[in-house]
Design a protein around this ligand. Structure first.
Ligand code: WT7
Length: 635
């Protein structure tokens, strides 16, 4: 038997050592014993980070939906696969069994086929957290179409950019969505986006809210009547191990979003194996990850990882604050949730509300708590540990990225002793390295540096859609023969890792990855703006908030600054989405620049942090005088 399920610390070290010494044997055993293959591989791994090129399980054939659904039917047909909890607590929850999921996915797959979608086509999914979202993802995988899920909080411009970048033929959306007390006209956003997307031929529309929407003849179709007519069986498309399963966009520090391409076999094996161990999932447990399927967390740990293990996975449509801030805990009690996985920003927002709404509910079902998306600060860690876990449920602080496909550094609950703010140890098969600025690996403990990974793992992204050069430049050029994560980290005296944050121009706001350049581009669209620079500063709920320094054009007119601020944020909302709005906007006459014209963000960051004691030598700047002026007018 392979070590699929790790149960104590000694076993972790033993399995970890094996995964590093004989990675191919190790992963071959895991793959062989725990998944369903139509054909086994010829070669477990081949790799060359200089190209970069990585293949896992080359030659193997499979369909991930057979692994996530079909193979469970004999033993778990009536077990709940997806437990849907609606936005409105008075609307009944929906238990979708594996049998029912099979039927829904197969019907949907047949609808996609009937609409002309075939293997390799890209399908954009822009849906709220309703069952159709998970079902459409799986339906694409069933027929070998490449899904590109776009988080339904993104604006029409952001949606159009993503649709066009990967040349999607179809968009799957809904008439609207519920979000707390609000309803959102999703179809209207899609209509706006599609004005600029000639590649889209068909729009399938799920019905969620009662509203009148525009249906464009020849392009838009209601989903339900098509499903009603579809046959309930669709033979799975047999995929090669390295065929792309999906594209998921993530922001870069510069330029347009990067469409990370994930493989079929390697992604499946790693997502499933990490899910099993990081959450210590046992048969009949109810597992809940509060993320949206629009992010990688939802792909790997709401859909693919849990279903590949035959788990029951909760899908929650709503928000933590509706109808009140007790909603998460109400759901935990109602569905007797055993594993709960959320983001530090949610924990901080809930902690602010005190514990009254926590104490109202019985949380005794909880066994494991997870955290993801950004560093969890000590205070939030303790609040989570004391009030939610009652000091009995270990917190797994899981570090990973859209690019890594699965969890990379994490404790294993009941196995790895936890330490507040530490993601602790590399997961099985993961070989981290800390690098100094000269490109040398820093060995030993009690050190810090730039976090790299020096050996391939099965679920790493294989490329950026349509731009392999950018993939190489972004991740494999900073340090020779290593994947560079963009994060800084320290390693303590026992070898535990603590992620200290991004070392590039990406800012994590409420767990969302935002590049400064695209936001600056949006700000500069305002006719009154000449130039802008955006930095992050610490925020007690969001982790980081955005601080914009804006130079206005000299038009001689005076303008109301608050109106300008609102207009700038409106443009950001239209171009990216409300998550990228600036918390503070300081109008300034200049920005500190080097003699070669580069904005000195380090100085702007310090001012935004209200830490101006040590700005370093500013005398070599092109315009040292603006620094004092910015400090004097800082917000
Ligand atoms: C960036 C990746 C992984 C799914 C959600 C975010 C930060 C993520 C942690 C953590 C400290 C974390 C990193 C990383 N991050 N998890 N546990 N501790 N930082 O995916 O949007 O691709 O963002 O999120 O900075 O590079 P993403």
């Amino acid at each position: 038997m392979s070590n699929y399920h790790i149960k104590h610390l000694e076993e972790y070290y033993q399995v970890y050592r094996k995964s590093v010494r004989e990675p191919e044997n190790f992963w071959e055993e895991i793959a062989e014993e725990h998944f369903m293959w139509r054909k086994k591989w010829d070669n477990v791994l081949s790799w060359d980070f200089s190209k970069p090129e990585v293949t896992w399980f080359e030659g193997a054939q499979l369909n991930i939906t057979e692994n996530c659904i079909d193979r469970h039917l004999a033993t778990r047909g009536n077990k709940t696969a997806i437990l849907f909890e609606p936005n409105n607590p008075n609307e009944a929850a929906l238990h979708i069994s594996y049998n029912q999921l099979y039927e829904r996915v197969n019907k949907f797959a047949n609808v996609l086929k009937a609409q002309g979608i075939t293997k390799g086509d890209r399908v954009c999914i822009y849906l709220p957290m309703i069952p159709e979202l998970a079902v459409s993802v799986l339906a694409c995988a069933r027929i070998g179409a490449i899904h590109s899920v776009v988080f339904a909080g993104f604006s029409s411009t952001a949606l159009a950019t993503r649709i066009n970048d990967s040349d999607c033929k179809m968009v799957i959306t809904s008439d609207g969505s519920y979000r707390g007390a609000k309803t959102i006209n999703l179809k209207g956003i899609v209509d706006d986006a599609l004005k600029d997307c000639p590649c889209v031929k068909t729009v399938l529309v799920a019905k969620r809210i009662e509203s009148d929407i525009n249906m464009e003849a020849g392009r838009d179709q209601w989903l339900q009547p098509l499903l009603d007519e579809a046959l309930p069986v669709c033979a799975p498309e047999i995929m090669n191990a390295e065929d792309p399963l999906f594209i998921l966009y993530t922001s870069g520090s510069t330029g347009k979003p990067k469409g990370m391409v994930h493989s079929t076999a390697g992604y499946m094996v790693y997502a499933a194996y990490t899910f099993k161990n990081v959450f210590q999932y046992r048969e009949n447990d109810v597992y809940w990850c509060t993320a949206d399927i629009g992010w990688i967390t939802g792909h790997s740990y709401i859909v693919y990882g849990p279903l590949a293990n035959g788990a029951t996975t909760v899908m929650f449509e709503g928000v933590p604050s509706y109808p009140d801030f007790g909603r998460f805990w109400e759901i935990v009690e109602k569905h007797k949730v055993n594993q709960f996985y959320t983001a530090p920003t949610a924990i901080r927002a809930l902690a602010k509300q005190g514990t009254e709404l926590v104490e109202k509910y019985n949380l005794s079902s909880l066994k494991t708590l997870g955290s993801v998306g950004e560093p969890i600060n000590e205070e939030a860690w303790h609040w989570y540990n004391d009030n939610i876990g009652k000091k009995k449920s270990p917190i797994v602080d899981t570090w990973w990225q859209t690019e890594t496909g699965g969890i990379m550094i994490t404790p294993i609950p009941f196995v790895t002793p936890t330490k507040p703010t530490y993601a602790t140890l590399p997961f099985i098969g993961i070989q981290p390295a800390l690098m100094d600025e000269n490109g040398n690996e820093i060995k030993g403990n009690q050190v810090d540096g730039r976090l790299c990974i020096k050996f391939p793992w099965p679920s790493m992204a294989r490329t950026i859609w349509g731009n392999h050069q950018r993939y190489k430049d972004t991740y494999f050029s900073a340090f020779e023969n290593k994947y560079f994560t963009g994060d800084g980290a320290l390693r303590d005296e026992v070898g535990y890792y603590r992620i200290t944050g991004r070392v590039d121009d990406v800012i994590i706001v409420s767990g969302h990855n935002l590049g400064t350049a695209p936001i600056e581009d949006a700000v500069n669209e305002h006719p009154a703006v000449a130039e802008s620079a955006i930095v992050g500063y610490p925020h007690d709920v969001k982790g980081n908030a955005l601080y914009g320094y804006v130079i206005l054009k000299d038009t001689g007119e005076s303008r109301d600054q608050n109106n300008l601020r609102n207009e700038i944020n409106q443009i950001i909302t239209e171009h990216i989405g409300p998550i990228a709005k600036l918390d503070k906007i300081q109008f300034t006459s200049g920005l500190p620049k080097t003699r070669s014209g580069k904005i000195m963000r380090r100085i702007l960051r310090k001012i935004a942090h209200k830490d101006t004691s040590n700005l370093g030598d500013t005398s070599t700047l092109l315009n040292p005088e603006v620094v004092q002026d910015i400090i004097d007018n800082a917000l």
